[in-house]
Write a new protein. Sequence first.
Length: 409
Amino acid sequence: MGKPIPRNQPSPAHISPPLRVVGLMSGTSHDAVDAAACELRLVGDTLTLTPLGHLSAPYPPALRSALVTALPPAGATLETVCRLDTGIGQAFADVAARAVAELCAGRADLVVSHGQTVFHWAPPDGGVVLGTLQLGEPAWIAEATGLPVVSGLRTRDVAAGGQGAPLVSLFDALWLAGRPGTAVALNLGGIANVTVLGEETTPLAFDTGPACALLDAATHHVTNGRLTFDADGALAARGQVLPELLARLLDEPYYARPAPKSTGKELFHLDYLLARLGRTPPTPEDLLATLVALTARTVADAVRHTATEVVASGGGTRNPVLLAALRAELPGVSVHTSDALGVPGQAKEALAFAVLGWHTWYGLPGVLPGATGARLPSVLGSVTPGADGRFPPGRATAVGQPRRLEIWP
């Protein structure tokens, strides 16, 4: 159960029933499915979140191999897409069932599935995103858990003229509301993205460029498949940044485009990197050190003139070399992880999608006005009913839009 309501909180008429939600996420590293469970309740204008735990399960090797083989710049047949949609849906369903049993003691109300992004249709010269595709059929999740499932959250924002990514700005704005100065929420996944939250400015969310995408691709390449990522930045720590290579990598037009903007592995993949290495390939250690510098520089360039605080999450926070490089690029700015504020760094995105699904449950917009470039903030996602026909009540419950998010232990 959640934390008892203090006496100075609003009356029960202004308190929503607790909703146990499981958020499911697999990011651009496409290596595992993460699940985070929480109990959400609106108390006045504050949405309270009680974490119930999180878990992660790697994709079955054959499924991950098929997924990696089909990703851009490779092509894929409709048969391949169908097989992946089913296989990913079943993998998500297995993790969801585990989360309900292990994290929620067998009792949950809603599952929110991000799915697996396989293509983000952004024009090469920037501008309006034309489409986005996440695989992982939610019917498998509904069948496995008996619960209603919210899925396809990104597509509605794209249809409204938004970038569809990053889509966690609402969570970030509620969670970091009231912090002094300009707080920046940073996610270091395959792609690095930020939500910039000024005291007197409209929040803005955008992808800054690669985080682990090129690092992981390079590690896999230079170790001939022996390693899939540079654990603890061990290889990068032994290398030196190559100024000429870093300059070539920074000459990517994406970095100069105005926000909001979004990108993905459609642009930042191994072939992209190999084409920029020059005639004399660097040592593995120097290559990884330079890629760490690339991520740190592009993140810092995006926020250095505004940020007073950076709150980081995602797999990249487990790379101490990357965090050290980022701190060096942002002297005078407090750079710390989301764990310090009560949100586990490895569960943050899954929890964020649980919060977005809560908004959908009550018929509330899941994006901030202007944050993604959409014409208007929309109620996000599609709903697959549960086994007993359970379906979101929508605005019939008269639950209001939260103004802040508190993490309750």
